[in-house]
Design a binder for this molecule. Structure first.
Ligand SMILES: C[S@@+](CC[C@H](N)C(=O)[O-])C[C@H]1O[C@@H](n2cnc3c(N)ncnc32)[C@H](O)[C@@H]1O
Length: 900
């Protein structure tokens, strides 16, 4: 018998339970950077070492009907097929799906097994139960990949789309929990154990599922700091301003005071909470066959309390009427039904299991177990009475008379052999009433992360511990009194009044619209009620925030300005000091974490508005933060209204924030001061910023776009260069050159300044590194028809980039651009003809569905791209591919017409 693979992965990021080492990555999680085919090194089912205890345990629990047992076991010993999801939605997703259907599926005869090299390969096909045909599955080996060109082409396609964030590899059953969350664009969603982020990705898509930008948020959390970075990295591909990444043990995720004027909720609560908890992971055996060898009952026993604590914290963080999904990738009732039953028992009627049987009807599932047994290495126990003599068992692990009456059959268990997937467990719960607090087993809260116990290991003996110090208790009567507080009327982002009912659905409380949009919170007694309503318990929970900040001493002018700008009643939006701020400057509690600072530089904000033409009702550029306390920080991130509100409500700086929003601007120091706006676009921020920007945009032809991306610097025709004079910028043709609102600076002697405004310098990593225009003259000429190479010869011409944009419309548009950052977009007719997303798709959309846009720098006589070479090459590939397809389709159409 072969041994299991060394270092195989599996499990679900265990919280460090005994016998369950911290493990990484759920099977098929979104942490795969590229799509890999099934490995040939996989063992055959006969080679995989069986585990008698595993089989005994699950046979005893009847996890699958006895007649299916052999199929169940055989399936668990066979490799998992490859599954992936098309990201984004709307037209973009439709096009990608069509492409899969026409380019790849069409090449395989329907219903026939594809034999490659004598072995069957499973061609790509959509998973019937996944809505919209957006999830796909296939199975082939590396050897088959080499032998069948169509598979190799498919593999390349998937690699490319994965890198650009258009698809995500994810195990099929791992896609299920978000589908039961019923997320809407205004929801506040907490993903408690989120890394590496495959479900966060799905939740973000759902949040962005409406026609307009979402008003809710996703808070994605993970206890493991390294995995948080991975989570932030993965989700960066989505470019969503509505995401915040935090690093807490989920059972200690802070209960922030809700300081929204007039809100009836005492704490910041969520509409949806996902508890995709760390577990023993035996549902991932198909991906990590070494679990066969390592499996033991101790794994589940060691994780049960952590899972329960996380679920109970979720109960506290969920608002009444909200929905919580509890999921694992284990079959084990101790980690599944036992946790759900205990949650229902302890919440005493405040939670109900939701019947999801009519949802995703094509997805086969088994009902949850009403009864189960607990086993440790010494034997089986049927009840706590029997089990209490065993040292590591807890009462919550057992069914009892109370759990007999719970509808645990509404839980869902997904078995691998039913639809060729991994194994999974999902329970959907609804909060139908306020909690009678304290919950019997409290969750440590409001304590710095460092002070938290290592749960799975240390919590074991403390199952029935009392509520820890610092856990507040809120009598139901107090809540009821607060519920009678003043109503708040809020204007929506578009400036129209929103009905009061809408507020109940709009996050933990009403979102105060941006001051710039003229929207205001107008609540009767709002100001007075807000702070008065929060009570002493919450004050006690905070450690250091209020007192020192109340003094106002030692603040920079811009910090005081930020405080003055605050709307009535809401807490000021101030810096959340991370541990990155030195103690001497009042550094915060979390080591290694940068501060989160609202960007309030009035001069630069005005310059940005004028330069980029932010629409007057746009929340930008004001809704920006930086991760430093510098006055002119290097990077600026855009945050959505709810993320902003969450940050504002963190007055005690309890949140350990790893990432918030999306980087949209970077400082671009202009050596010569010719560019009035200090900040330039980032490529990743374009989907978020484009819908708000009215200036500094141009639409080249497709050939020009290709030339721009390939050569990275293209020239303007002679006579169309910007001519910067003492009095300002002028195009050589004499039109005002729109060099920005401020006068360009001239040199000390007041002479004409003729040199290029400094183009962005090359970064060390070669990312977004562009030569100044003159240097680009050494690039080879493009063969693009509308991008003509100048004759060259004289010194002046030699300094020009060889490729010049000549399309009259492009040239005219470029003349209207000021020197500095700008963005190139396909013309709408070209985008439509080539099958790219239209600009309208980008409104509030995700990167995956954004139009093809390229951040550029307009120099005096040239345009330079600001994207990395790799990214630029990917765009070239994509553009060429789309063009070739469009040409082929047009030719086929013409031939067809002629024939007829
Ligand atoms: C099953 S994985 C989550 C997979 C993730 N939801 C996804 O879809 O990509 C479990 C995660 O829980 C994290 N974790 C372990 N203990 C935790 C705790 N006490 N609080 C929060 N996260 C925890 C692990 O670091 C791991 O990333």
């Amino acid at each position: 018998m072969g041994r299991g693979r060394k270092g195989g992965r599996g499990g679900r990021g265990g919280g460090g339970g005994r016998g369950a080492k911290r493990q990484h990555s759920e099977g098929g999680g979104g942490d795969e950077r590229s799509v890999r085919p099934r490995t040939d090194a996989w063992q055959t089912p006969e080679q995989i070492e069986s585990n008698g205890l595993f089989e005994e345990y699950y046979k005893e629990h009847n996890v699958c009907p006895p007649e299916e047992w052999d199929d169940f076991i055989l399936c668990l010993k066979t490799p998992l097929p490859i599954t992936f999801r098309i990201n984004g939605g709307g037209q973009f997703a439709d096009r990608l799906r069509e492409k899969l259907e026409t380019d790849f599926m069409a090449q395989f005869a329907a219903g026939e097994t594809l034999m490659v090299d004598g072995e069957p390969a499973e061609p790509p096909h959509p998973l019937g139960w996944y809505p919209g045909g957006l999830a796909w599955q296939m199975s082939f080996s590396r050897k088959q990949l080499r032998k069948a060109p169509v598979l190799a082409e498919l593999h390349e396609f998937m690699k490319r789309e994965n890198e650009t964030g258009s698809i995500t590899r994810q195990e099929a059953v791992s896609m299920v929990p978000p589908l039961f969350m019923d997320v809407e664009p205004h929801h506040w969603v907490l993903d408690m154990c989120a890394a590496p982020g495959s479900k966060t990705f799905q939740l973000l898509e759902m949040l962005h599922g409406g026609p307009a930008a979402p008003t809710g948020l996703i808070a994605a959390n993970d206890a493991d700091a390294m995995r948080c970075n991975l989570l932030a990295h993965q989700t960066k591909r989505m470019c969503s301003p509505h995401l915040v990444v935090t690093n807490h043990e989920a059972q200690a995720w802070p209960l922030l005071r809700n300081l929204v004027p007039g809100s009836s909720e005492r704490h910041v609560l969520f509409d949806r909470v996902l508890c995709d908890v760390p577990c023993s992971g035996d549902g991932t055996m198909r991906k990590a066959p070494d679990i066969w060898r390592r499996w033991s009952t101790a794994n589940g026993i060691g994780l049960h309390l952590t899972q329960l604590r996380i679920a109970l914290r979720a109960c506290e963080l969920l608002r009444v009427g909200g929905r919580m999904v509890y999921s694992t990738c284990t079959f084990n009732p101790v980690e599944n039904e036992a946790v759900v039953a205990e949650v229902l028992r302890r919440t005493k009627g405040a939670f109900e299991l939701v019947d999801g049987s009519d949802h995703l009807p094509d997805l086969r599932r088994m009902p949850g177990k009403q009864r189960w047994r607990v086993r440790d290495r010494d034997g089986w126990y049927d009840s706590w009475e029997e089990g209490k003599k065993a040292s590591k068992l807890q009462p919550s692990m057992f069914p009892d008379a109370a759990s007999d009456s719970l509808p645990l059959h509404l839980c869902m268990r997904f078995l691998p052999h039913h639809q060729n997937t991994g194994g999974f467990f999902v329970a959907v719960l609804k909060k139908v009433g306020e909690l009678e607090r304290p919950l019997e087993m409290g969750c440590a809260q409001n304590r710095p992360q460092q002070a938290q116990p290592k749960l799975a290991e240390e919590a074991m003996p403390a199952a029935q511990e009392a509520v820890p110090a610092g856990q507040e208790t809120v009598p139901a009567a107090a809540r009821a009194a607060e519920a009678g507080a003043a109503e708040v009327a809020v204007t929506a982002e578009n400036g129209e009044a929103a009905p009061v009912e809408a507020l109940a659905a709009a996050g933990p409380a009403a979102i105060k619209a941006e001051a710039t949009s003229g929207a205001e919170v107008a609540g009767a007694g709002a100001e007075a009620g807000a702070l008065g309503a929060v009570g002493p318990a919450a004050d006690a929970a905070g450690e250091d925030g209020a007192a020192d900040r109340g003094a106002g001493a030692g603040k920079l002018a811009w910090q005081r300005k930020a405080e003055d700008d605050v709307g009535p009643g809401l807490p000021e939006w101030r810096t959340i000091r991370g541990g990155g701020v030195p103690h001497t400057q009042g550094g915060g509690r979390y080591k290694g974490v940068d501060p989160v600072t609202p960007y309030v530089d009035a001069d630069q904000l005005a310059a940005m508005r004028a330069f980029y033409g932010f629409a007057p009702d746009s929340p930008l550029p004001e809704a920006m933060i930086s991760r430093s306390v510098e006055q002119r920080p290097k990077k600026l991130y855009c945050v959505g209204p709810s993320v902003k509100l969450l940050l504002q409500l963190d007055t005690k700086e309890q949140l350990k924030i790893i990432g918030a929003g999306v980087k949209i601007l970077e400082r671009q120091d202009s050596r010569d001061g010719l560019v009035p706006c200090l900040y330039r676009f980032t490529q990743e921020g374009l989907p978020a910023i484009l819908p708000h920007v009215t200036k500094q945009r141009f639409h080249p032809t497709v050939d020009e776009m290709l030339a721009l991306l390939q050569h990275r610097s293209v020239g303007l025709p002679q006579g169309h260069k910007l001519h910067i004079t003492k009095g300002g910028a002028k195009a050589a043709a004499g039109q005002p050159a729109a060099a920005g609102p401020a006068e360009p600076q001239v040199d000390a002697k007041g002479e004409d300044v003729q040199q290029e405004a400094s183009a962005p310098a090359a970064s060390a990593a070669g990312q977004a590194a562009q030569p100044a225009a003159g240097e680009a003259a050494l690039q080879p000429a493009a063969a693009a028809p509308t991008a003509a190479a100048p004759a060259g010869g004289d010194k002046e011409q030699a300094k020009q980039p060889r490729v010049t944009l000549t399309d009259p419309s492009t040239v005219q548009q470029l003349e209207g651009l000021a020197m500095g950052c700008c963005v190139a977009l396909l013309r709408s007719e070209d985008a439509a003809a080539l099958g790219f997303a239209a600009e309208s798709d980008a409104a509030g959309g995700l990167a995956a569905a954004a139009p093809l846009a390229v951040a550029c720098w307009r120099g005096r006589g040239s345009i330079n791209v600001l994207v990395s070479k790799v990214e630029g090459d990917q765009m070239v590939d994509k553009l060429k591919h789309h063009r070739a397809k469009a040409a082929a389709a047009a030719a086929a159409h013409a031939a067809d017409k002629e024939e007829r």
